[in-house]
Design a protein around this ligand. Sequence first.
Ligand code: NI
Length: 144
Amino acid sequence: MKMHSLHGLSRFGISIPTKLLRRFDALIARQGCPNRSEALRDLIRERMVEEEWEAGKGEVVGTVTLVYDHHVRELTQKLTELQHHHHTEILSTLHIHLDEYHCLEVLAVKGKSKEVRQIADQLIGTKGVKHGKLVTTTTGRSLD
Ligand code: NI
């Protein structure tokens, strides 16, 4: 592939079906992305982060978001026990009392992807948790 490199930035030309490019432009315009280059860099980084999680070698980071009713019997206790058990991977927990019943928790997690996923699955799968989601992100090291 032909490439020019200047100040650590490379430029390259790509061929893409016109219709597909038009759709891509419409999509990034809707998302408020300033230009194709930025949109493409974002896509590449997104795929790199996915790969980090799939490869399972190094450390990954993420957040686990949980919404639950703290009146559900023993639920708070179960969630706290799980978090203590995985104290190495769970770096920090943010707890917000949403109303009389509902709690929102956001946990920052770091470790091997397999372990982090297991911890997230356990937390989200705990009976009484109304909604939960793992956001998979990166330590940033693979995106330099
Ligand atoms: Ni609460």
